[in-house]
Design a protein around this ligand. Structure first.
Ligand code: HAM
Length: 421
C-alpha cells in the first residue's frame, strides 16, 4: 500500500529516503512558529479539519473551490476538508467575538488539503502558520502583522538578503479598475476577474494576459505602467514608515504585481518571497474586512487581517540555504547497565533522571557493555552513566570524554545541558 500522491509521511531523523518528510524538521518549524506568535502576544486556537462545503464555496473564490477535497458524508451533508483556515476562523470569531476584548490576535498551525496539481512547493497536504487580527481597522495592525511575518522568518536565520515582503493593495487596484470601468462597484464579478488576471501576471504569457485584459476593457501597457510607477498609497506609506521605524524597512517593498488569488481580500495585501526568486511564495495575506460580515450573515462586522505561511516552501528554502539544524534524539544520558546485578538500581536512577526532566535511554535486555556503548553513540547521547558496585555513578561526557564519579542525586545536574556546557 502506498500513500496518496501529494501527501506526506513524517519519519524521525535520520530520514530513510529523500521522498519522505522529517518529523523533526516539522517539529522544529512548529516550535519557531509558536515562539514567534507568542512574542507578539498571539493566542493559539484550533478548529475542525472538516467543514461544510458551503463555508468555502462562497467565500474563498473560484481558484480554491476548484481544489477542494469535498464529498457527501453519511448524513448526506456536503462537506470539505479545509483548504485554508481563514473561513473557519471567521466563523469561530463571528460566533463568540463578544467574549474577547479587541483587538483579537490569534494564531493556529492547521493541516490543510488542496487537490492541486503536484509541483515544486505545492502538495495536496500542507501545514500553515496562520496569524490573524480582528477588530482593528488602523494600518498599525497591518504593520504589526508584517513585523511578525518578518520576525518569524528571521527566527530561522533568514535575513533581508534571503527574503522580501512584497507589499500591495487591493484598494490601489480597485481605484485603477474604477478608472477603467467607472460604473463598477466594489466586489463585482468583473473586478474579481480582473484581480485574477493580475494575480497570474507572472505565470501567464503577455499575449494571453493582453487578451484577457482587453476583454475586461484594459490594456497591458496601462497595467504595466501602474506596476512600474509603484506609487505607495497613503495606507502603504503608513505601513512602510511603521516598519522602517522598527528597523525592518529592508525587508519590504511595494510591488503591485501582488494582488492575492483569494476572493475575500479588501485592503493591503502582501506575499513573502525568496530574493533569488527560486521558490513560490513562502507566505501570503492581507486585509479581509468583509469576511466576518459575510460569514455571519450580516450579524457581526469586524475588520480583519492575517497571513498564512506554508511549511513546504519554507522547508525547501531553509534546506537550500543550509539553515536546518542537525536533528538527533536529544538524549541527555544513556545509562549503561554493565552488570545485570545492578539493573534494579540502574532502573531507579533512570526514573529519577526522567523525573528531573532528562532524556534517558538504556538497554531493555542484557547486552555486552561495548554493545550498549555503541548504541549510546548511535543515539548521539550526550553522556553515559553507569551505576558502580558502591552505588556511586560514573558519568562520562561523550564529547569531552571527561569522566566523573558522583552520588546518584548529582547525576541530573551533570547531564542537564548540551554536551559542551
Ligand atoms: P495562500 O496564499 O493560499 O493563503 O497560502 C499561504 C501559503 O501557504 C502560500 O504562500 C504557500 O506557502 C502555502 N501553500 C498554499 N497552498 C499550498 C500547497 N498546496 N502546498 C504547499 N504549500 C501551500 C491562504 O491560505 C490564506 N488563508 C492566508 C491568510 C490567513 N489570509 C488571511 N489570513
Amino acid at each position: 500500500m502506498e500513500r496518496l500522491p501529494g501527501f506526506r509521511d513524517f519519519y524521525p531523523e535520520p530520514i530513510p529516503h529523500k521522498d519522505v518528510g522529517s518529523a523533526d524538521a516539522r517539529q522544529y518549524i512548529f516550535g519557531k512558529w509558536r515562539a514567534a506568535a507568542r512574542r507578539y502576544g498571539f493566542r493559539e486556537y484550533d478548529g475542525p479539519p472538516l467543514e461544510s462545503l458551503e463555508l468555502f464555496t462562497t467565500k474563498s473564490g473560484e481558484e480554491i473551490v476548484g481544489q477542494l477535497y469535498n464529498f457527501t458524508d453519511k448524513g448526506d451533508r456536503a462537506v470539505a476538508l479545509r483548504p485554508e483556515m481563514t473561513p473557519t476562523l471567521a466563523r469561530m470569531v463571528a460566533a463568540h467575538e463578544r467574549a474577547y476584548k479587541k483587538p483579537i490576535k490569534w494564531f493556529a498551525l492547521p493541516q490543510l488539503f488542496r487537490y492541486e496539481r503536484q509541483q515544486k512547493g505545492r502538495l495536496r497536504e500542507h501545514f500553515q502558520f496562520n496569524a490573524d487580527i480582528f477588530g482593528e481597522a488602523d494600518t498599525a495592525a497591518d504593520a504589526e502583522l508584517i513585523a511578525l511575518l518578518i520576525d518569524t522568518l528571521r527566527s530561522f536565520g533568514l535575513t533581508a538578503e534571503d527574503f522580501v515582503i512584497r507589499l500591495s493593495s487591493r484598494n490601489a487596484w480597485q481605484e485603477f479598475y474604477k478608472r477603467g470601468v467607472p460604473s463598477a462597484g466594489h466586489g463585482t464579478g468583473g473586478e474579481y476577474q480582473f484581480y485574477q488576471v493580475i494575480d497570474k501576471l507572472e505565470r501567464t504569457s503577455p499575449e494571453e494576459t493582453e487578451k484577457k485584459l482587453a476583454a475586461l476593457g484594459f490594456s497591458l501597457d496601462a497595467v504595466n505602467g501602474f506596476i512600474e510607477a509603484g506609487e505607495p498609497t497613503v495606507e502603504l506609506k503608513a505601513m512602510l514608515d511603521n516598519l522602517t521605524a522598527r528597523g525592518l524597512g529592508d525587508f519590504v517593498k511595494v510591488d503591485y504585481r501582488v494582488i492575492r488569488g483569494l476572493a475575500y481580500y479588501t485592503g493591503p495585501v502582501f506575499e513573502a518571497f525568496d530574493r533569488k526568486g527560486e521558490f513560490r511564495a513562502i507566505a501570503g495575506g492581507g486585509r479581509y474586512d468583509n469576511l466576518v460580515k459575510l460569514i455571519s450573515g450580516g450579524k457581526v462586522n469586524l475588520p480583519a487581517l492575517g497571513f498564512g505561511m506554508g511549511d513546504v516552501v519554507l522547508l525547501e528554502l531553509l534546506k537550500a540555504r543550509g539553515l536546518l539544524p542537525q536533528f538527533d534524539g536529544g538524549v541527555d544520558v544513556f545509562v549503561l547497565i554493565e552488570h545485570e546485578a545492578l539493573r534494579l538500581e540502574s532502573l531507579k536512577l533512570i526514573q529519577d533522571l526522567r523525573a528531573a526532566g532528562r532524556v534517558v535511554e538504556y538497554s531493555f535486555t542484557p547486552a555486552k557493555p561495548d554493545k550498549q556503548f555503541k548504541r549510546a553513540q548511535e543515539l548521539k547521547a550526550a553522556h553515559t552513566a553507569s551505576v558502580e558496585a558502591d552505588s556511586k555513578v560514573r558519568v562520562r561526557n561523550l564529547l569531552t570524554r571527561e569522566e566523573k564519579i558522583v552520588m546518584p542525586e548529582e547525576v541530573g545536574k551533570l547531564v542537564g545541558g548540551p554536551p559542551s556546557s
